[in-house]
Design a protein around this ligand. Sequence first.
Ligand code: PMP
Ligand code: GLU
Length: 400
Amino acid sequence: MKESATLAVAAKAAALKAAGKPVIGFGVGEPDFDTPVNICEAAKQAIDKGMTRYAPTPGDKASREAIAKKLREENGIACNAQDITLTVGAKHAIYMSLMAIIEPGAGDEVILPTPAWVSYKPLIELAGAACIEVPSSVVTNFKMTAAQLEAAITPRTRAIVLNSPSNPCGTVYTVKEFAALIDVLAKHPNITVVSDEIYEKLIYPEIEAGLKHVSPGADARLADRTITINGMSKAYAMTGWRVGYLAAPGKNGLLAKEIIKLQGQMTNSIPSFIMPAVVEALTNCAASVETMRKSFAARAGLVYELLRGIKRLNVCKSTGAFYSFPEIHACKGLQTPAGRVIDSAQAFAEALLEEHFVAVVPGEDFGECARENIRISFACSEANIREGLARLDKFVNSLA
Ligand code: PMP
Ligand code: GLU
């Protein structure tokens, strides 16, 4: 199996930093904020109260109820506590969902609009399905059209993975665009929708007016066959806590039951004393989340302005998440002053890191259509953004 490209860049940048190099990290997608203190307090108190033993596999009643309430009230998803399981990050939820719905050896196909986050394809293949990529580019704001989706569906299509706001594209489907995709999926009852909504709270209507989050699981036609994935990592700055969750309310509870059986065999529950922290985050942190969202929105605007001023790069506006995914086609075939040939996004990223100490993730592992892009994660300070993108500008200008 392939190593995660995002984590590989993070490790390389950390090693260079430890060796004293002035690294600017646009690599890993991790908020630079600290976890809000009230969330930390809830976990500390839970330890002090002795919440240190095994808990029920899918989580305790209070946390599952808080998640179900959030999904009903904020997302319009009809679900109850028994449809929810708390997982070791959203990654674990995605893995278990795919394992539960794919029949290995049966020729199953899973549709993946690309560019897409690096882990989906390996997890789809690990579960035993073929990954059917539906490509897009910076020219179309990285959006799959309803016609493209329709054309990708075959009798073997078992599932589709959707991710809006998108990692790595930083784009968000409009309500109208999403409705067109949902209309197509509604006509194909054998397709399970895996909707990864981990960037739900990071949408920037100040950049594109009218944008708001859409949960396909809220559509009555898809409710029975949608697994909604979410997690605490991004919105609550809780990457290291490793908490995600899924809601699988369909099939009379069968989907959730099967997934929870798998979880019982593989990991059991997340740490018990983290569960009250999840409740605290979901019920008492709207103001902290909004403060962080506003910062990300300002950075998204700044990154777009700076990137579009760099010659040889093509870029579209980031309207969600904390990524920009510029295309570097015009740099291909050129050489750096040190003699490195830019024959791929990988070579571009390596030369940029080694010659200017700026870490970005090369596009290759985000999909076949992403081989001439680089991902910039702007979950860092404005000063770092300005310095890092000035170095990127210098680097691109130095190519000949
Ligand atoms: N989905 C997407 C789209 C992501 O970018 C990430 C980032 N790690 C994850 C899922 C997994 O997040 P975590 O496991 O930290 O919840
Ligand atoms: N999702 C983040 C990223 O894309 C974190 C690293 C990972 O899990 O891939 O950088």
